[in-house]
Design a protein around this ligand. Structure first.
Ligand SMILES: C[C@@](CO)(OP(=O)(O)O)[C@H](O)COP(=O)(O)OP(=O)(O)OC[C@H]1O[C@@H](n2ccc(N)nc2=O)[C@H](O)[C@@H]1O
Ligand SMILES: Nc1ncnc2c1ncn2[C@@H]1O[C@H](COP(=O)(O)OP(=O)(O)O)[C@@H](O)[C@H]1O
Length: 269
């Protein structure tokens, strides 16, 4: 089976409070984007995982794909498989690429081997692998809360608009990014502001990581500003960075403009 785990962006990210378990309660709109890995899962004599493309830190037993397989194999009689991942989504980039890979393994094993794991149970498995991971089980725009692993449908349709993602290659650790944050309630209810025209978002839809990370990495703020100068209706950092995104009314080719960085651009669904 061949699947294409895709990245996500965060449209708005409020870090509301620190929890007793050390994690943070957040409020965010997660939106799928087309920057994708490719993952092939085939029957084999023994389990193996290998990856090509962008080098993933850690060895194959640390990989979230391997962890997802082992977690399902602990509860279901799974045959051995060979997994081959072509890694394209930048790592430590705020795009949730590792979480997407893991969620797609859960979904692919369920389908390929007819395991009949319910949707709710797939969400629970995904939550065990990472806070972002459960989102990729449904993989459709959602208002996310708690650790980012509880969802509500959101009335937001950006279909037809174009997104440009710019990754400057800085690897920002999620743990470090959260450790710099003083949580606070947001001034604006994200549900409500996302109903306003996209041109208003610039003033109301904030990613709380920007205030702490932009002073440390001024390049991030410069790229965001450049996206606005190029005509973005809305621009922001995704997650804990370091990827910036701009949403444009029409198709936009900024590959040359951001020639020093990794750029992905395409339509939003
Ligand atoms: C910041 C966000 C925003 O969507 O995305 P990324 O920028 O990583 O893509 C997420 O909250 C990242 O989720 P994810 O990358 O799955 O994090 P996890 O593996 O669960 O946790 C890594 C570490 O981040 C911190 N963490 C994570 C999620 C959360 N709600 N509160 C936290 O404090 C904890 O220190 C935890 O040990
Ligand atoms: N399949 C995978 N793809 C990417 N990263 C992975 C994977 N498996 C494990 N990881 C680990 O997860 C960490 C964060 O990955 P990633 O999801 O790309 O970042 P982010 O949380 O910023 O979106 C990396 O440091 C990496 O070592």
């Amino acid at each position: 089976m061949l699947v294409f785990p895709n990245a996500k962006i965060n449209i708005g990210l409020n870090i509301v409070e620190k929890r007793a378990d050390g994690y943070h309660n957040i409020e965010s709109c997660f939106y799928p984007v087309g920057w994708s890995d490719a993952l092939e899962i085939t029957l084999a004599d023994e389990f193996s995982f290998r990856s090509d493309g962008i080098v993933i830190p850690g060895n194959s037993s640390d990989n979230l794909c391997t962890k997802a397989y082992q977690m399902i194999a602990a509860d279901y009689a799974l045959p051995a498989v060979k997994m081959h991942l072509l890694k394209s989504i930048p790592i430590g980039a705020g795009l949730g690429g590792g979480s997407a890979d893991a969620a797609f393994v859960i979904k692919a094993l369920n389908e390929q081997f007819d395991l009949k794991i319910s949707f709710e149970k797939q969400l629970d498995y995904a939550r065990r692998l990472g806070s972002d991971c459960a989102f990729f089980i449904s993989n459709k725009p959602a208002y996310c809360f708690q650790k980012g692993d509880e969802f509500e449908d959101i009335d937001l349709n950006l279909k037809g608009k174009c997104i440009v993602l710019v990754n400057p290659g800085l690897h920002i650790s999620t743990v470090e990014a959260y450790s710099g944050i003083v949580p606070k309630r947001s001034e604006h209810d994200l549900h409500n502001v996302l109903k306003e025209p996209i041109e208003n978002w610039k003033f109301k839809v904030k990613n709380d990581f920007e205030a702490t990370l932009f002073p440390i990495y001024p390049l991030l703020g410069e790229i965001k500003e450049a996206l606005y100068q190029q005509g973005a209706l809305y621009a922001a950092m995704s997650g804990s960075g370091s990827t910036l995104f701009g949403i444009f009314e029409l198709e936009k080719d900024l590959q040359k403009h951001f020639a020093d960085y990794k750029v992905w651009q395409g339509p939003l669904d």
